[in-house]
Ligand binder design. Sequence first.
Ligand SMILES: CC(C)(COP(=O)(O)OP(=O)(O)OC[C@H]1O[C@@H](n2cnc3c(N)ncnc32)[C@H](O)[C@@H]1OP(=O)(O)O)[C@@H](O)C(=O)NCCC(=O)NCCS
Length: 182
Amino acid sequence: MSDIKLRAATHADIPTLLRWDADPVVIASGSDDPDAVIAWGEDNDWAENIDLYQRDVWEYWIAELDGRSIGAMQMCDPHLEPTHYWGEIEPNLRALDIWIGEADARGKGHGETMMSLAFARCFSDPLVTAIIIDPLASNTRAHKFYQRLGFVPTHRQVFHEEDDCLVHRLTRQDWEAKHGPA
Ligand SMILES: CC(C)(COP(=O)(O)OP(=O)(O)OC[C@H]1O[C@@H](n2cnc3c(N)ncnc32)[C@H](O)[C@@H]1OP(=O)(O)O)[C@@H](O)C(=O)NCCC(=O)NCCS
């Protein structure tokens, strides 16, 4: 495992987050629109996102490798989070998003380490039954990555009337079978 630390994102990270938003691989991971020029859409407001922080309900994290910021994650409780992105959904889940913004830090196992740290954090709440993720149906490399970590595809779901995603789920049972109790 690489020496990655996850810490809460702050306003000081906004210039870095904006730089990552302009990375073509990050853009392609969030939208099938070939003309998209920025990840998360023009209306995305990082200050607002960071300010919505509520522990275990809505959190953004920055991943640092030896003190260098390389990527970001979002963790939310999809039943409780304020934007209701997931629509009607059961309680006691966590949803994750991950993107490594620094191109030279991809494909080196850091994503796997970031996800492992996030799983331990999510499942440390004994009420949490599973973690869900929503890669675009077209992001087949990400599917491979998630399935290697134990996620299982559950269904197709269209978000914001345009993002065709293949939702995946990692149950506590499957995670504990590999890693022991949280
Ligand atoms: C997906 C991602 C988090 C994986 O982290 P990582 O540290 O690169 O992954 P690892 O080194 O642990 O594993 C490599 C595997 O990740 C997957 N992967 C997906 N996108 C990748 C990318 N742009 N570069 C390298 N690997 C990628 C592949 O399965 C790859 O295996 P492969 O080389 O055999 O295809 C990272 O590559 C990334 O941030 N990609 C761009 C944004 C993205 O796709 N986020 C997911 C949105 S649902």
